[in-house]
Write a protein that binds this ligand. Structure first.
Ligand code: G3H
Length: 542
């Protein structure tokens, strides 16, 4: 049984207490990579993967040795890039010139192969990044759903592109074409889903891909390598692993990456971009940092606000880019809100990812608990109190959520993205204070407003939509539904992702145009009737 935050107790299991459905051994399939259509073991050195989940042995709880993955050299990473470049063939390869219809067939063939390894991927998600069983299943299923939506959106896009336009004496057809070789790098908190929300649209639009899994969340990709190899032509999907400076530095410096799809920190994104020798050629699709604020207005329904803010701030231990990372509560309700919020946090259950009803689980980043403690200590030195029983307790890789009140927004926890289970609650007197904080923030992804007065809400909505890209009313911040645009301002994002936007960011419009003379009309009609071109075509995909 998970233990509540308010009464910390040892929660790490002995090996024989782990239920059958959650057990894993040493995963020896991790040290393989996919290059040029072949899944092969790497002969060189490997990185050991230690799970954030500790298992109790004779020396007490120690991180479980989960597996290993290849530590590639620069030359090996460049071999993956060579394969992707060759498959792209400067736009003349089989994949970029294939019809949309055929590319869809390849992706459709991938889906059942992916589903066949669901159980393995879900177990690895739990053990590698400490995500709960329910959320790990959700991440997998949401990703499969995303692929289905992507196929539907592409069919729709293709249907509208399957017509000729007649404009000012010209006849033309406009279609979207691929951009080239894409380097895809996802984050550790959604290592499958967020990698695939760039990788899948990049692929289906005819690009070839090199993808590097995040530092935590590598092994769970291994069961999918064969599915990629069996579903796509050689070189269309390739993987690299290892230290950024060794593998991604040379890839970017080669100048042969056409699109950088990166979800992670703003600092790393800036380094990667600057490594590219031809910045004007590089397209970037970035999902970076966020400091999403919740604002509790005087007339807010506090039960609802507490429920949504606990979910928003602490789902997956606050390790979501969309998490609520600071709460501004109007001073007329701030004491009441903070007390209720702290009580609700005290009722959350701490435990292992497979335990029924568990909400707080081990953190994958080794130094994270200590770093969070420093943020909390600094906030306390700045006048905040740690108001929840058990909050801030560290047990190996577990950090019991800490609630800080009244927090000063000028301290570090009020400014930077904590990406963990620490929630500062800041009392405010007047809404312009919150708007000024948002204006000064280096990031701008989302905000959540809790209140019932339409006039007061509107006074916040209008300035905030120019600071962030989504304002949530009486509900937590989140990415979904995946058909909604997901983006941010300042250091939060570059480009917009949604099922249909992603198809656009990984492609460019190309036009075939002719003066609408009779001979030209005859030529075009013949090309279409005889199905001579994949671009000039009126075929309708059902
Ligand atoms: O980490 C950022 C994710 O895209 C957030 O997605 O709001 O569905 O948890 P979510």
């Amino acid at each position: 049984m998970p233990t509540p935050v308010a009464s910390p107790a040892p929660v790490f299991p002995e090996a024989d207490r782990i239920p059958e459905h959650a057990r894993v051994g040493f995963y020896d399939q991790g040290a393989r990579y996919l290059i040029n259509g072949r899944v092969q073991p790497l002969a060189g050195s490997c990185q050991e993967v230690l799970s954030p989940v500790c298992v109790v042995g004779k020396d007490g709880p120690t991180p479980f040795r989960l597996g290993h993955y290849p530590l590639m050299t620069s030359a090996e990473a460049l071999a993956a890039l060579d394969a992707a470049c060759e498959a792209y063939g400067k736009g003349c390869g089989e994949w970029p010139t294939m019809s949309v219809h055929e590319r869809i067939h390849h992706l459709e063939a991938f889906i059942p192969r992916m589903q066949a390894v669901r159980d393995e991927v879900v177990r690895l998600l739990m053990w590698e990044i400490g995500k709960t069983f329910g959320d790990s299943c959700k991440e997998f299923d949401r990703t499969v759903e995303y692929i289905h939506y992507t196929i539907e959106a592409l069919k729709e896009l293709d249907r509208t592109s399957s017509r000729f336009a007649v404009e000012q004496g010209f006849v033309a057809q406009v279609r979207r074409s691929p951009l080239g070789v894409v380097l895809c790098m996802g984050p550790y908190n959604y290592p499958l889903n967020e990698t695939f929300t760039t990788l899948i649209p990049a692929l289906i639009m005819g690009n070839t891909v090199v993808f590097k899994p995040p530092r935590y969340g590598v092994l769970l990709h291994a069961p999918l390598l064969q599915a990629f190899a069996d579903s796509f032509p050689p070189g269309v999907v390739n993987t690299v692993y290892g230290r950024g400076s060794v593998v991604t530095g040379p890839l970017m410096e080669s100048g042969r990456i056409d699109v950088l799809a990166f979800i992670g920190s703003a600092e790393v994104a800036a380094v990667l971009k600057h490594q590219h020798p031809r910045p004007n050629r590089l397209r970037c699709v970035l999902g970076l940092e966020a400091k999403n604020a919740a604002v509790i207005l005087p007339d807010a329904d506090l039960d609802l606000a507490v429920k949504e803010c606990v979910l928003g701030a602490l789902s997956y231990n606050g390790q979501r880019c969309t998490a609520i990372k600071i709460i501004f509560a109007h001073r007329s309700v701030a004491d009441d809100f903070a007390r209720r919020f702290a009580e609700a946090v005290g009722r959350l259950s701490v435990g292992m990812p497979w335990e029924e009803g568990v909400q707080i689980t081990p953190l994958p980043e080794e130094k994270k608990p200590q770093w969070l403690k420093e943020l909390v200590d600094e906030a306390v030195a700045g006048g905040a109190r740690l108001i929840n029983a058990g909050g801030g307790t560290i047990d190996k890789t577990l950090y019991y959520p800490a609630v800080l009140y009244p927090a000063d927004p000028r301290t570090r926890v009020g400014q930077i993205e904590q990406f963990g289970p620490v929630t500062p609650i800041v009392p405010y007197a007047d809404e312009p204070e919150v708007i000024q904080w948002a204006i000064a923030s280096p990031v701008g992804q989302q905000a959540a407003l809790f209140g019932n007065d339409p006039a007061r809400l509107s006074r916040l909505i209008d300035p905030l939509v120019n600071q962030v890209c989504r304002v949530n009313l009486n509900s937590q911040c989140q990415r979904g539904p995946d058909k909604f645009p997901f983006t941010g301002r300042k250091d939060s994002a570059e480009g917009t992702l949604s099922v249909s936007d992603a198809l656009r960011v990984f492609s460019i419009r190309s036009v075939v145009a002719a003066k609408s003379t009779e001979p030209n009309q005859r030529i075009i009609a013949q090309i279409v009737a005889e199905r001579r071109s994949k671009f000039l075509s009126t075929d309708f995909i059902f």
